[in-house]
Each structure stands twice: as C-alpha cells, then as structure tokens.
Design a protein around this ligand. Sequence first.
Ligand SMILES: [Zn+2]
Ligand SMILES: [Zn+2]
Length: 798
Amino acid sequence: MLLFFALGLLIHFVFFASIFDIYFTSPLVHGMTPQFTPLPPPAKRLVLFVADGLRADTLYELDEDGNSRAPFIRNVIMHEGSWGVSHTRVPTESRPGHVALIAGFYEDVSAVAKGWKENPVEFDSLFNESKYTWSWGSPDILPMFAKGASGDHVYTYSYDAQREDFGAHDATKLDTWVFDKVKDFFDAARNNQSLFTKVNEEKVVFFLHLLGIDTNGHAHRPSSREYKDNIKKVDDGVKEIVSIFKHFYGDDGKTAFIFTSDHGMTDWGSHGAGHPSETLTPFVTWGAGIKFPQNVSAQQYDDEFLKEWRLENWKRRDVNQADIAPLMASLIGVPFPLNSVGILPVGYLNNTGLFKAESMFTNAVQILEQFKVKMTQKKEATLPFLFTPFKLLSDSQQLDILRKARSYIKQEKFDEVVSLCEELIDLALRGLSYYHTYDRLFLGINVAVGFVGWMSYTSLLIIKSHSNIPKGTRKEGKKPHCLLLYSFIATGVLVACFLMIQACPWTYYVYCLLPVPIWYAVLREHEVIQDLVESLLTFPRSHFVAYLLVFTLGIEVLVLSFFYRYMLTAGLIVFAGWPFLTQLWTRAKITFLSWAFFSLLLAVFPLMPVVGRKPNLSLVMGAGFLVLLLSLAVVTTLGKRNIKLVKGELLVLLLQMLSTVLSMYVVYSTHHSLLKKEGLPLMNQIVSWATLASSLVAPLLSSTALSQRLASILLSLMSTYLLLSTGYEALFPLVLSCLMFVWIQVEQETLQQPGVSCKQKLTSIQFTCDTDIAQFRQLCPDDIRRAFFLFFCPRRNY
Ligand SMILES: [Zn+2]
Ligand SMILES: [Zn+2]
C-alpha cells in the first residue's frame, strides 16, 4: 500500500511538472544575424522613463477640479509628441513587463518562477545593442539587463534593497533618488573628460526606472492620495530631467524621450493578472524622430477612454508592449533586439517614407530570421517523413515577398512596402508559434494516456478490494501473462528508439514511457475488467444510457465551471432539487429540506465577484459569531443527550472556541491598524502563527465521535480561515461544512437499512482505525453519484 501511494505521488509529480514543460517553455532561439536599417537615425540618444505600476487611466484622466495630475506629460501630448495606450500581457509583473519593453518579447510564465533578478535565459536587448546604456533605479530590475549584455557597456546605479520598504516610509523617495542621481551624473560628466565623450556618442540610452508609484500603489491602492501625488512628483521629475538634457546637449534636437510603465495596477493594489487596469499602461513619446501631435475629429477607438480623458482631439496610437523595443531601436539606429517579436509602430515616426519602409523591412527580416532558425531546429530534430512544415510560409514564398518589397522600395511605393512587411511579419509570427508548439499535441496525448491509465488502474484496485468483483467463479491457475509483459517491454523499447532517433530531451522519455508500465498494470487486471463489463451489461439498457447521459452532462458542467463560474451555481441548484426528483424527501423531510437549503446557499457563492471588492469586516465577524453559536449548539445538544464529554475533550473544544474569538479580534485590530497606517502589530502576528500551528493539532485531540470530531475540525479550520478572509468568503467554509454534514445524514437515508435507525448508526461511527471499510458489497450507481457530489461541492475557484 505504501508503495502504491509513493508511486501515485511520483506519477502526479510528473504530470504536474509536465504542465510547465509543455506549456511554459521559453520561446527564444539563438543564432540570428542582427538586422538594422541602413539609413541615418533621427536620434543620437534615447531617454526611457518607466514609471513602475502606473495605470494609463490614472495618468491621463483629469482630477476632480479638471486639472491634470501630470501637467508636463499632458502638455507633451497636446503640443510636442505622440501618445497612446501600451497593451501589456499577462503576467503583468515587473520582470516580464521590462523584458517586453526593452527586449521586445513576451517571456513565458515560468521565467518568473525561475528567478526574478537573475537572467535565466540569455536574451538580446536594446541595452545590449546600444553603444552605452546608463540606468538608474531598483536593484530588482536593472541587473537583469546588465548581466545579459555582452561587453561592459551597460552601467547600473541602484539603491540598496532595504530602501524599498513598503508602507511606513515615503515611497516617492525612490523616484527622487533616481532624479537626483541623474542630475549628479550630468554634473560629473561636465567635469570628467572620458565620461563627457561617452555621453556624447551616438546610440546611447538612458533608462530611469521609477518604483515609487508601484510601491505606493501596493501600500495604499491606486485611488489613494499617495499614489496620485506620486504621479505629480514623477511628472515634475521628468520635466526637470528633460530640461537637463536640453541644457547639457545644447538643445541639439537629437534626443528622443519615451515615457511608459511596465504594468498597471488593480483598484485593490495588486498586479499580475489580465484585468484592464493591469494591462493598460500609458505610452507617451516625443523628441527626435517622433511625430508631432495630430488634431483629429474622429478616432478609431470605440472605448470610452478618449472622452473620459478629454483627449478626443489628439490622435491616439495604441501599441503592444513589445512594439516599443523596435521603435526605440529604429530611433537611435541600432539593430533590433534579436529575440524581439515587436512590430514597429510606423505611425509614431516623423521621417521620410523611405526610412519607414526600410525600417519595416528590417523588422520583417529580423522576425523572419527567428522563424528560419526555429524551423531548422525542428526539422533537424524530427524524422524527415514525420516533419510537417508550416505551409503558409515556404522558402519560396519568403523570397517572393522580400523581392517584391525590395522592388516596391525602388519604385518608391512606400505604403505598399509597409503593408507587405506587416503581412510577412504576421506569417512569420504565426509560423514561429507553430514550431514553438509543434510537440505540444504529441506530448499532451502521451500525458493524457498516462493519466487515464493511472485513473483506470486505481479504479480497478478499488473495485477489486472493496466489491464483489471479480466473482470467484473463474478458473484458477491461468498462465501468467508472459505475452502481455513481453509486448509491453517491446513497446517501451520501440518508443525509446523512436525518441532517440529524434534526439529528444530526457523529459520526453519520461512522458512517453510512463504510460507503458501503467497500462501494463491495468491490462494485467483483465479479469476484473471482464467481470466489470459483464456486471454492467446486466443493467437495464435504458437505465444505463440515462445514467451515462446524466453523468456526462455533470462532468461537462464541472469542466465548464473552470471557465464560467456560474456553472457551479447551476450544478448546485440541480443538487438542491435532487431529493425532490427521486421522491426520497418524503422519508425525512427536515433532512432533505436542509440539504436543499444549504445547496442553494452554497450556490450563491460562485455568483459573487472574485476580486475588486472592498473588505467587509462585518461579514467576517458575522461568520465568526455563527461558528461560535454553532459550536455552542453542539455542546448543549451533547449535554442534553447525556453524552458524557470527557473533561479533556471539553477543554479542547473550549480552547478552539477561544482561538476563534482571538482570530476575530486579530482580523478586527489588524484592519484598523492598517487603516491608521500603523502596519501590522507584532502581537497579531504571533497570535496568527499560533492559531495556524494549533489548528493542525487541536482536532486530533478532540473526541473521536463523529459529530464532535467534525465540529472540532470545522472550528480549527474556521479560526485559520477567518484570518485570511476579508469579506463574504469567511462564510463559505461554514455553509460548505453544514452542507457536508447534512449530506452524511442524507446518504444514511438513501442506504435505507431496515432495522437499524439511522441516528443510531451515525452516532456509532468512530474516527478510529477499526472501522471495517473492506466490507464486500455490490457496486451500485449511487457510488458514482456520491463520488460526483464529493468532487462537485468543494470545487470553487477563486
Ligand atoms: Zn513593476
Ligand atoms: Zn508591483
């Protein structure tokens, strides 16, 4: 049995790891040739401001008095440059956001887990392609671009990590630190000859990472004074830095400025997911090579933002976050970052048609390079007769499009070149994703086969040990299944050879070979399978089909509920009606009515909003009081029934009630101390950890009688859960537990055992090891229904 559990754990670990290995893999390839536009660039230097965690709407909208929070940036939008919304992708975290901005590609999700500051994969970036880059800001962000850069030309200046203390201190200091250091830097450059020559070179980048807004957003939420005042501070700082640049370079008109953010922030101060408040970030750019504001009467965006922001008349151009990298590269004339999948937003360029066309052509060739490398890699690792190339972009098609674009450039049909290149980029990106996910179906099928095998094996084991199948009537002494064993070994060897020829990574062997022993174990039990099928065939055909239909439907609902939470509500409503359909309820009206009541109550939860709500302390307190009432009721009913509670057990119960009260107090006082911005009291921390630790042990000390043990488990569960709750969810485990408790009664009713009163039977259940679970019994459809209820009730995704 122990071996079985160990095996099960191992197999599930492999299945779990396979998710990351199959779906979250790095999209990067290496070995491309750098591509750049062979025309003089408009700018000699680029200044990139990233206001970490700044939402597009908070920057663009006007405050209550109709004034802008960022008057300098708004002035740029109206009189100097171009603007739009930059659309980021999930995960909306700092690292992937900066990688998209500066390297032009979207990191796979696992990169976040692999190492935040470190650079788990080598990638090319704008900084790496630049002649020199100077960067100021957070020690979490800067090193990852300096580390990847070849040579010694990316300089970082960051404060030490301790300064980034959330909460109490003034987070705008993180931003003023950066602005001050930039000022010092240019003061130093005036007096230092070698630095002076360096900053006067072409193709240089200055990167200012401003973490204050993000820190204030986390600590005080984006609607707070702190967050909004921080925007004003950043705006002032940007204004000052721009004037320093003008001064230092003698207003030579060769500096391009970009102001954006890595991700937004939700109303409740978090980011990482895909809510518009997280994915919509501002993008404002001005200076050398950038289009001046365009007054328009109508715009192509049908969201309400333009009206809300009172910017209807200034042309808005949205970009995807990765498009900013090629834009920056073309502004200062460096090769596009090799791994970039960004598409140059030509609308932002204030340049000749030839420059736009050539830049777009470079962009297309650069993305096509990645496609070619990826295809070659896949082709080399696949048997020739199994290789299916990406049909929409064959070698000859690539050549055709490139030749056509070249001839258009000669004929000065620049607009045609741009649209032709966009078409080519689209195809190349689709091809890139085709080859990136090439093995996904194959591996997915293997993992699914393994998983189905494991489920069948465990079901067979359970059926074998807990039911009257297999019937003992079969002849004993059959030959051991040598043939079966040999054929499975042969299959394994064949699979291994197949993988070896294709030079697959070792994980592929695990996924492909795992199903072989599992299915061998399943088929070894063929007698059980035979008997199972036979006993299923004795069932009336129409019943069988009806059951099958109902359960398929039920499982579909379960699957759909992963995408639409309200499907859970639908399922629970059906549960509530179930006793009335089967006429069971006439037997024990109160039990079945309470079953329906709690099912309906539970059905309310999936309809509640998941995120974006304000904390509701009274609900948490209410849940605490209900739990206390419930446990009091348990104690008094036990007293009434003259069931002796051993002193120790009563003490445990009382202590648990006390810990619930303490939890309620901690929630209450923490909430108020946070409102007063006093941080988390030490006492509350100690009590919380103590509650967590004791809740694991306390139920084990309680009485082993069914209802007392269940009440004790509920109590310790609730005291921990209350600590984690901020609103209605505190009531959830309470309702769920009530439903589960009623369910036990309901199942007793359905068992319908004559002679034994249900109550008697229930109270006799003990949480000890001597319960005879291995009773042989008939398989019946109710078993499946029970299993289904068990899965359905607790499933509720956050
Ligand atoms: Zn960030
Ligand atoms: Zn953040």
